[in-house]
Design a protein around this ligand. Structure first.
Ligand code: AHM
Ligand code: MG
Length: 337
């Protein structure tokens, strides 16, 4: 039963019993993400006021400029999860390697690893456009009591136990799943509490929005070019509307509510796509599927791809089921000819 007065804290406690392993560890983990989200939200909202925007001068592992807020968000999430001793390992889009966490009393006893993109779409910060945090949670595969290894992180998306995002937009929201549907909570900034605002979120089966950086059209594979032309055809239900913020979390969030498709295909600039399988595509794919949508690399289910490296990139097509099916159809047709 949906109670829209329910806070995120209450929801976490109430739903703890539905987790497979009810030690409370996963609940505590979601709780600390909630806390870090509030800390980062506070800072993101100040971006226009204080001298915190602008490049920090460092480059991340993909060779891109890091913004100060990326660094801040990265530190905030890592610090919160480490200090509270809730996970045994963290991998971040902003870190070269994964972090193994141990504390004297716990001796690698924690079960979960978190993978995180602390501030996605950060090139949008200095122009006051929404950005987001994306997270993904797995149970470790190595034995409890030993340090985590790369194998704990290189798991297929279909092994995720939780995933979600925080969107720092016109209002700040946490949207997440633990494999029992997708729920969205909106922050009341006056009192610092997240309230259930979007229970049981669902992608409409069909939609009329397509989101892609069309400036790259000439570099796209033929199947994507053909699908874009299909979106633009004059038909009863087309042309579709084009909407592209360039902030994955925001584009995904809008498409989930209104019905649409997001695409970041491979191109001559990004031969394997731009988005990262572990920090961006898998968590979004889990959310999409839990909300009756679909996520594909053009040929196969994102969550069935075996990761081979932490910062791996894949082509990403995600959204309303019928739209993703159609895009795959064009990809398959183009491959044949
Ligand atoms: P980032 O992780 O460096 O922020 O890049 C990811 C972002 C996505 O949020 C967004 O959809 C995409 O990159 C935009 O890329 P482009 O500017 O090439 O269209
Ligand atoms: Mg990112």
């Amino acid at each position: 039963m949906t109670n829209t007065n329910q806070t995120l804290g209450e929801f976490i406690i109430e739903n703890q019993a539905s987790f497979k392993y009810t030690s409370g560890e996963l609940s505590r983990l979601i709780n600390s993400l909630r806390l870090a989200a509030k800390v980062v939200n506070h800072e993101v909202n100040k971006a226009g006021l204080v001298d915190i925007i602008g490049a920090a001068g460092d480059q991340n592992v993909q060779g891109e400029d890091q913004q100060k807020l990326d660094v801040y968000a990265n530190d905030a999430f890592i610090r919160t999860l480490t200090k509270r001793n809730i996970v045994c390992g963290i991998a971040s889009e902003e870190e070269d390697d994964f972090i193994s966490i141990n504390s004297q009393d716990k001796n690698h006893q924690n079960k979960y690893v978190v993978l995180i993109d602390p501030l996605d779409g950060s090139s949008n910060i200095d122009v006051n456009v929404s950005v987001g945090t994306i997270f993904s949670v797995y149970r470790r595969v190595t034995p409890v009591g030993t340090p985590v290894t790369i194998d704990d992180f290189l798991q297929k998306g279909n092994k995720q136990v939780a995933a979600g995002y925080i969107v720092y937009g016109t209002s700040t929201m946490i949207v997440y799943t633990t494999g029992h549907g997708v729920n969205g909570f909106t922050l009341n900034p006056a009192i610092g509490t997240f309230y259930m605002s979007h229970p049981n979120m669902q992608f409409p089966e069909d939609g009329n929005i397509y989101s892609v950086n069309e400036g790259n059209y000439i570099r796209f594979p033929q199947g994507i070019k053909d699908y874009i032309k299909y979106c633009q055809e004059e038909k009863e239900d087309r042309p579709y509307t084009s909407r592209y913020i360039g902030s994955l979390v925001s584009d995904f969030h809008r498409n989930m509510i209104k019905g649409g498709i997001y695409m970041y295909p491979e191109s001559s600039k990004y031969p394997t796509g731009k988005l990262r399988l572990l920090y961006e595509c898998n968590p979004m794919a889990f959310l999409a599927e839990q909300a009756s949508g679909k996520a594909s690399d053009g040929y196969q289910r994102i969550m069935d791809i075996q990761p081979t490296e932490l910062h791996q990139r894949v082509p990403f097509i995600c959204g309303s089921r019928n739209m993703v099916d159609k895009a795959e159809e064009f990809m398959a047709k183009a491959k044949e000819s």
